[in-house]
Design a protein. Structure first.
Length: 323
């Protein structure tokens, strides 16, 4: 485990890191728990900044992992830490609140590049009206007619765990072309604060969805929907609806998914006109090369609240435009 401290502070062990991620994390959860992640902390603040070093830059996964009131002090300390070591800083999937602060206080270039989706299980889209709700109902009915059932896995069964892992492995193998991942997901690591729901047809497990607890929103992160190659149509929708129905019984009101790249970049602050045009052009090319589309259309079917995600480049311009 790689841990850097602003001053003398006892390094956090793995359990402490996982507990802090569950307490303060958001859509950055998977990146923060990756084996490649480094951690920066300072005394008197409960939390840390999680990042990965790429091409001489500290690539930070989302906002600082701490209480909102402490984010800004921790971010300033990290900026100085990297400046002292001649390391650049890039924030990915930053929240709107933190991004707006960083533009002023860290002199950041800001690029709106993605969206996160917040679903309310107490307002299940399958019970709503409109063409999107009809589409979801039809796909769910199709899966149910094929004899698919969804259950929650509560642990203690190595046979089921092996089958779930096989689904994950086959899902990764069937992904074609260049892909972009924030982190390699692990089904049964860091199990505190995790839940698993799986789709089963007959004796075969054909899909799994992983939930990670988000205590700061009294909800859950739902990012990994893994489907076997030969699964019937509608399995993804059935898994999501089944999860929402289960959480509704627990009076949960928040399920988060994302971030998902937008069709075209949104707000850009801090770049000249030419650099902005080039940034938008390069994004469109990257979107095609790395197959960044598709998930946006999937999640908007569920009538979510949509919140923006940002890239931040403190104290500098994006690497592409440096000379």
């Amino acid at each position: 485990m790689k841990f850097k401290s602003g001053n003398e502070k006892k390094p956090l062990d793995r359990n402490a890191i996982v507990n802090l991620v569950r307490k303060w994390g958001d859509v950055n959860t998977e990146g923060l728990l990756s084996a490649t992640c480094h951690y920066f902390a300072i005394p008197d603040i409960e939390g840390f900044i999680g990042y990965r070093v790429e091409s001489g830059n500290a690539v930070v996964f989302g906002d600082p992992v701490c209480a909102t009131k402490d984010k800004y002090e921790l971010a300033k300390a990290f900026q100085q830490h990297c400046l002292d070591r001649a390391i650049g800083v890039v924030y990915i999937i930053a929240s709107e609140e933190f991004a707006n602060w960083a533009v002023i206080n860290l002199h950041s270039v800001l690029i709106e590049f993605g969206e996160k989706f917040v679903l309310n299980p107490l307002s299940n889209p399958i019970d709503q009206v409109g063409p999107k709700a009809v589409l979801i109902r039809n796909r769910v009915k199709h899966a149910l007619r094929d004899g698919v059932m969804v259950q929650e896995y509560t642990g203690g069964n190595p046979v089921i765990e092996m089958a779930l892992q096989e689904v994950a492995t086959s899902w990764q193998k069937q992904r074609q072309g260049p892909q972009v991942y924030l982190a390699d997901f692990a089904l049964f690591e860091d199990c505190v604060g995790k839940r698993w729901f799986y789709a089963e047809k007959g004796e075969n497990i054909i899909g799994v969805v992983i939930l990670s607890e988000l205590k700061s929103t009294n909800g859950w992160l739902l990012n990994n929907i893994l489907i076997a190659n030969d699964a019937p149509h509608g399995i993804s929708e059935l898994l999501v609806i089944s999860v929402l129905q289960a959480l509704a019984k627990e009076n949960c009101q928040s399920v988060t998914a994302g971030p998902v790249p937008v069709g075209q970049l949104g707000e850009i602050i801090g770049l000249g006109r030419f650099s902005e045009i080039m940034t938008r052009w390069i994004y469109q090319i990257s979107k095609r090369v790395f197959h960044l589309g598709g998930r946006q259309a999937f999640w908007t079917k569920f009538h979510p609240t949509i919140l923006p995600s940002y890239l931040l480049f403190p104290e500098k311009k994006p690497i592409l435009f440096e000379h």
